[in-house]
Ligand binder design. Structure first.
Ligand code: 3H9
Length: 693
């Protein structure tokens, strides 16, 4: 049963019991209605308390039911709330920990609400591409006022219950035991005759509601151009203000049904579940024991090591920071301090917190100081010989059971593990730059990495608020292996007729934060050049356009040299199309014997995105990633793929794999067609109408 029913001192207590977050799925909804009916028919019951068992009052509607028949099967949440409102006996919602979405809407239907301090109160539907669909847009403005409510609805951000104590949402704040106090409140309420107060009957007071709504609509529209939900939130609230509760409610329902079908909502829900699914590793059950991580050490105080260190300081974990030279250590510490100072200036961090975080660093020049650490992350120069020295030394000094992690982005984690006598303790932790900002963490599982090590680092990742995705060992892991095919296509298109600004513009219009050429100028064109040089040696069969090598031969490494694919004015970061580079590209095509043609934006987008999809498919076939949503999470959190499209694999599913296959086959016929080798799984899935997700 998803709901428990008991009686105490003449009060019926309906306890939602649908772990983990009391999602209001069909059986929970039915259980509440049953409970109300039981309470109504029991003459000994004078009042009703609805509360949540476990770690939440309720996390809202059960998202897994969306777009399934269960979502609309009676009793719907609307029906449940109506039944609550109609109850002849007073209903009190007793809220602890979490009241979100439909959970808050249910509470808003009750006659009274009592909350424990520290509860997160939110209407977060907008983050899932929908709007509150069970009266939230109508009742919350009536409970806490138009401006505060609209702000909560449009941002979805949780507010702590104590901050809402005097808002009109709660009738009381619990001082001690929530349930006891709710029962006492309910008994007292029943002393008075009904009907009991309903939020729907309250008025929305605002000196200039029309003006405020118009202003909000314009602001919200400008800030959310790829997402239809936020504007609909404003419209639904406005409908209630202008046309009254019932019409507002009907309009909200209409918008909800429309939004839940949109690709944007589908993509956002995919990302919500994808993030949680990424932390689950098929052969590492949640019962796997973990190691205790209290002390961390980072080797290397450069940009990467410093950024990695900050993550742990932010989470309150002490970090021993090792460098080889005092100057390098001082420089690293100064950079960390400077980064925190910037946050203080912006008002995001207090000066005391800055000092507290800096005080957690223990700088050192000696490996012996690492012997206490539970987790040691190496962020030294990306060369196997250098890693060998570090890991051999770590093997000597680290305590037994310490986790030894490498931040390598390209090297073989199995080879690194083999430098130690404890390969089971070695794992890759590939942070992305800037490491204190970027959400993505690729966890690279070596062939001997212990399951407890994996379970532990996934837990640590959560603590430092990263989205951790497990990758097997291969060149480039998930993200960089895919991006290489994307870059190859971008270069081939230059050779065939496009120019950098056109390619960037097309893919940025698709929604990428930055096109491949602006990105390359930012990261440094010499990095790609070094990778290509390695490829020419290791995989001479992999054909690469030499157009980027030509650019690098002229020393145009990007922003850091003041010139790359684009020109840059001194001290500025805006990318200005370069006549010189464009001429160089045209000359290169001629030399390569390629007749340049006009390449349309659609082709640019397809070739770039389907190159990601094709490589992503191979990564799944090889088991480097265990599920398609993992690949999507890598691209959403680490590579600027547009969130509203849900990642490359979901995008491919949306376009249809039949169409993806046809496009790839078409591109295979082109002059640079040998860059494509279609992934067998695309062909298989296309044939049976399947999808990756
Ligand atoms: C809505 O209410 C629509 C209505 O307006 C209208 C209806 C007509 N459904 O995040 P966690 C799962 S829309 C199903 O790791 P935490 C989650 O997938 C809803 N499942 O825990 C995970 O599963 P697993 C509006 C849900 O303690 C497990 O619970 N509500 C739901 O860090 C634990 O989740 C929201 O958008 C759900 N609603 O955080 C709230 N919520 O163990 C979304 C969670 O299999 N949820 N799960 O991986 C949250 O923000 C957080 O989960 C919460 C708990 C703060 C509740």
């Amino acid at each position: 049963m998803a709901v428990d029913y008991t009686t105490r001192d003449g009060v019926a207590v309906i306890t939602l019991n649908n772990p983990p977050v009391n999602g209001l799925g069909h059986s929970t909804r039915a259980g509440i209605v049953d409970g109300l009916a039981r309470a109504a028919s029991d003459a000994a019951v004078t009042a009703i308390v609805i509360t949540g068992g476990g770690k939440a009052f309720s996390g809202g509607a059960d998202i897994t039911e969306f777009n399934t028949p269960k979502a609309t099967q009676e009793p719907t949440l609307h029906t449940v709330i109506k039944e609550v409102e109609k109850s002849a006996k007073p209903v009190v919602a007793a809220i602890h920990s979490v009241a979100m979405g439909g959970g808050l809407e249910l509470a808003l239907g009750a006659h009274y609400r009592i909350a424990a301090p520290g509860a997160q109160i939110a209407l977060p539907e907008v983050k899932l591409g929908i709007l509150p669909g069970a009266g939230g847009t109508q009742r919350l403005p009536r409970a806490i006022g138009l401006e505060a409510a609209l702000n909560m609805i449009v941002t979805g951000v949780p507010v702590l219950s104590e901050k809402l104590a005097n808002s009109g949402l709660f009738d009381a704040m619990a001082q001690g035991d929530l349930l006891e106090e709710a029962i006492a409140f309910a008994r007292k309420a029943a002393d008075k005759p009904g009907p009991y107060p309903l939020v729907r009957n309250r008025k929305i007071e605002h000196p200039n509601a029309e003006g405020f709504l118009q202003f909000s609509r314009n602001t919200v529209a400008a800030m959310s151009k790829h997402y239809p939900a936020p504007v609909k939130c404003v419209d639904a609230v406005a409908a209630g203000v202008q046309q009254g509760f019932d019409k507002g409610l009907a309009y909200e329902r209409e918008c909800f049904l429309e939004l839940v079908q949109t690709p944007e909502s589908h993509a956002l829900r995919h990302a919500f579940f994808g993030e949680r699914a990424a932390s689950k590793i098929p052969d590492v059950p949640s019962s796997t024991p973990t190691r205790d991580i209290q002390k961390v050490a980072v080797i290397g105080a450069g940009t990467m090591g410093g950024g990695i260190t900050m993550n742990f300081l932010n989470a309150g974990l002490p970090v021993t920071l090792l460098e080889t030279k005092p100057e390098a250590l001082d420089r690293g510490l100064a950079t960390i301090r400077k980064n925190y100072e910037a946050q203080v200036k912006k008002g995001k961090l207090s000066a005391e917190k800055l000092e507290a975080r800096m005080a957690l660093i223990r700088p050192t020049l000696t490996y012996d100081d690492l012997k206490e650490a539970d987790l040691i992350i190496e962020a030294v120069f990306e060369e196997l010989g250098v890693k060998e020295q570090v890991f051999k030394r770590l093997d000597e000094v680290a305590k037994p059971g310490a986790i030894l992690a490498s931040n390598t982005s390209t090297l073989d984690v199995d080879k690194i593990a083999a430098f130690t006598k404890r390969p089971q303790d070695v794992v890759g932790l590939h942070f992305f730059s800037p490491a204190n900002v970027m959400k993505l963490l690729e966890v690279v599982r070596g062939k001997e990495t212990g399951k407890d090590v994996l379970a532990t680092v996934m837990q640590v990742a959560k603590k430092i608020r990263k989205t951790a995705v497990v990758s097997g060992v291969c060149d480039g892991f998930i993200g960089n292996r895919m991006v290489e095919q994307y870059i190859r296509q971008a270069l081939n298109m230059l050779e065939e007729g496009a120019l950098p600004a056109q390619v960037d513009r097309a893919i940025e219009k698709f929604g990428f934060a930055m096109g491949p050429f602006r990105m390359s100028d930012l990261a440094g064109n010499d990095i790609g050049w070094a990778i290509r040089k390695r490829r020419y040696q290791e995989q001479p069969d992999m054909k690469y356009s030499k157009v980027a090598d030509r650019l690098c031969e002229t020393g145009r490494f990007g922003q850091k040299t003041g010139a790359g694919w684009y020109d840059y004015k001194a001290g500025e970061r805006s990318a200005l199309p370069s006549k010189l580079v464009d001429e160089m590209i045209v000359a290169y095509s001629k030399e390569a014997g390629v007749e340049r043609r006009k390449i349309g934006d659609e082709e640019i987008v397809e070739r770039l995105v389907f190159a990601l999809v094709n490589e992503g498919a191979k990564i799944l076939e090889e088991g480097i990633a265990s599920k398609a949503s993992d690949v999507d999470m890598v691209y959403l959190t680490g590579y600027g793929f547009p969130l509203w499209r849900g990642g490359p694999m979901l995008y491919a599913d949306t376009v249809g794999l039949y169409n993806v296959e046809r496009a790839i086959r078409r591109y295979t016929q082109q002059p640079n067609g040998d860059a494509w080798e279609i992934a067998p799984s695309i062909v298989e899935l296309a044939a049976k109408g399947g999808t990756f997700n």
